[in-house]
Design a binder for this molecule. Sequence first.
Ligand code: CUA
Length: 361
Amino acid sequence: MVQSNRWTHIWDKLTRYLSEAVSRTGGVVLPVGVAVVLSGVLTGCATENTPDMLTPRGPAAAHVAELWWILFWAATAVFVLVLGLCVFAILRSGNARPDEPVPLVARNSFIVGAGAIVPALILIGVLAVTVRASNVLMDRSEPPALTIEVIAHQWWWEVRYPDHGIVTANEIYMPAGVPVEFHLTARDVIHSFWVPQLAGKLDMIDGKIHTARLEAWEPGTFRGICAEFCGVQHTFMDFYVVAQEPAEFQSWVEQQQRPHAGPTTEAESRGMEIYYEARCDQCHIVRGFDEPMPPTGRAGPDLTHLGSRMTLAGATIENNVTTLAQWILDPHTIKPGVHMLPTPLEPDELDALVAFLLAME
Ligand code: CUA
């Protein structure tokens, strides 16, 4: 009976505090609370290609996810403990007698223990697991199978394979099952390279080269994102990592090494003329007509094998005849603020230019 009264007492107190909080804040607390809980739950809704760091597909991401779970459960334990103590305090407050204060020694030992010693122990534990994970992630004892340079621009990714003479954009092909070293830098503001299913994020800074090791356990396509606010189109600065069987990757390399074969139809010949008349070559390169391995620093992506790419404009839109034509005519409607200039062309000129640009897969 006493027990039941006690719980009724706690429940009354809790509901009274809650209703007071809601009325004092004009009813804002409840909807905000629900929104916070829902946003936490709904961000877990994954679809294919969702860059979800909790479903790692490589060793580096697995270490990051493991660390995340350790921190999550430690935080949950502290949260539950603190809530429990709050309930305990509410329960005790009903029985408190002003003439019987808590002894000073007991109060001080609780404050020192729960306020200093326990947090210090938790933080030391967190530091230890973080340092261990960092050491594993920084391990460079095994030589990489391949080195890829990625240069972030507002708002696209230049991808270079120095050992193979390949330059591409917004898509990173690599062999699965082997460690690949990434040299990351930027050409303007600070960006951040993040492929959540393969590794943690790393800042990309002009004038500095940061290295990361990525390995995919199995072949697959993984979405990458820019994780540092870098201007109005930061949200639309994505890319794909395509991990392939080594033999498949080798044939991709051979395909990408080929320069543009030149126009093979009348439309493509016209398209090539338009390409130079419209001064596309001021910002872009089609290998075969320019230097074999263009230097970095061009304003726009290498277009030699544009026909092989899945997307345009930092994975903003699919790549096909229609979207490429729209992109050339009026890129600002698709990606406001983008540095690419609109190119007003007659419909037949546009068709010819698109045919030339998509000729090489
Ligand atoms: Cu680049 Cu955000």
